[in-house]
Design a binder for this molecule. Structure first.
Ligand SMILES: *[C@@H]1O[C@H](CO)[C@@H](O)[C@H](O)[C@H]1NC(C)=O
Ligand SMILES: *[C@@H]1O[C@H](CO)[C@@H](O)[C@H](O)[C@H]1NC(C)=O
Ligand SMILES: *[C@@H]1O[C@H](CO)[C@@H](O)[C@H](O)[C@H]1NC(C)=O
Ligand SMILES: *[C@@H]1O[C@H](CO)[C@@H](O)[C@H](O)[C@H]1NC(C)=O
Length: 288
């Protein structure tokens, strides 16, 4: 157990340390917007506030880095008022902090019309002869999908459900589900697979799964729906898409062929009812 006297002593030591350290160079606040829409913002401001001591912090340098790039996006030496810019970024070179002084005025970067490629981690580094500090945070420049397409195909007794999303950034949160006949509950479809490619700063992707045809209800049970939900973190975007499922009529007929003639008549009737069920499903969908 520590003695009672040592507590104030420790505080004193901390205080003394603080006088020399806390007043010198230290980042106090990093403001980076977390989510920014692609292409539509005139500019976004990334700011890095620090405390410094005019006496101690000679040769102050402020640097901004993006991701793992060892070359700074921007660098400023207040004493000389020298600024360096990376060619990769379109920065507003005239931007100054309104309340700034000779040592803070040009500490921020103002990115013009940010696009998805500029998403990622940004790190602010301050450095002087006396000390150094750095802080980082992430910015995501998002693009909402231009199209979402949900459908299925049947072959060799397997139903493949595919949800295609075009031109989205970052990768959305997705799920596939099934709405069984006479229910409204969504049962998740498992073993999903995601394939994607990055084209011009956005993803085109296919989210899919397969189900044995035999595991799905027949048409006579009522309409079954497949669904796909798409959400993008940090945005209001959250949508669901549904498509009615029609069992392959050929498959049903073959089942009928195996047994007696009555079943054949049965599947013929079911096939005749299919367009009506489809019509009702579409009506149901448009009402909800
Ligand atoms: C982002 O916006 C720019 C225009 O500002 C546009 O050229 C680009 O295609 C957009 N990117 C995406 C992924 O939508
Ligand atoms: C969806 O798939 C079904 C069965 O494969 C096909 O008949 C239909 O035309 C497709 N719909 C769209 C919009 O592609
Ligand atoms: C998917 O997995 C969940 C949890 O393991 C299970 O409850 C559900 O029945 C599965 N869905 C299908 C269609 O197999
Ligand atoms: C989206 O947010 C959820 C919950 O906050 C998180 O678990 C998930 O990892 C995030 N997804 C991405 C792609 O960042």
């Amino acid at each position: 157990m520590e003695s009672v006297q040592s507590v104030p002593l420790r505080l004193l030591v901390l205080f003394l340390l603080c006088v020399s350290k806390c007043l010198s160079l230290q980042i106090t606040r990093l403001s980076i917007p977390s989510f920014v829409p692609n292409g539509s913002e005139e500019s976004v401001l990334l700011d890095c506030e620090y405390t410094y001591s005019l006496k101690e912090d000679k040769k102050l340098v402020v640097k901004w880095f993006h991701e793992d790039d060892p070359n700074p996006v921007y660098q400023w030496i207040p004493e000389l008022d020298v600024k360096l810019y990376s060619e990769k970024f379109k920065l507003d070179e005239d931007y100054i902090i309104p309340s700034g002084n000779d040592y803070t005025r040009s500490r921020a970067i103002n990115i013009l019309k940010p696009t998805t490629e500029l998403s990622g981690t940004y790190r602010c580094e301050v450095q002087s002869l006396e000390g150094a500090d750095n802080m980082e945070d992430t910015m995501t420049v998002y693009a909402l999908p231009t199209s979402v397409n949900l459908n299925y195909s049947i072959s060799d007794g397997v139903v493949r459900v595919v949800c295609e999303v075009e031109n989205v950034f970052p990768l959305p949160e997705m799920s596939l589900f099934q709405i069984k006949p006479k229910t409204v509950a969504k049962s998740p479809l498992n073993d999903t697979e995601l394939e994607y490619e990055l084209v011009d700063g956005a993803y085109d992707l296919e989210f899919s799964t397969t189900i044995p045809e035999d595991d799905l209800p027949g048409l006579s049970d009522g309409p079954t729906f497949f669904g796909c939900s798409v959400e993008i973190n940090g945005t209001e975007y959250s949508k669901e898409f549904k498509v009615p499922y029609f069992p392959n009529p050929v498959a049903e007929k073959q089942e009928g062929d195996d047994s007696d003639d009555d079943d054949d008549d049965g599947s013929a009737t079911i096939a005749g009812v299919a367009p009506l069920i489809f019509f009702l499903s579409v009506l149901l969908l448009s009402l909800t």
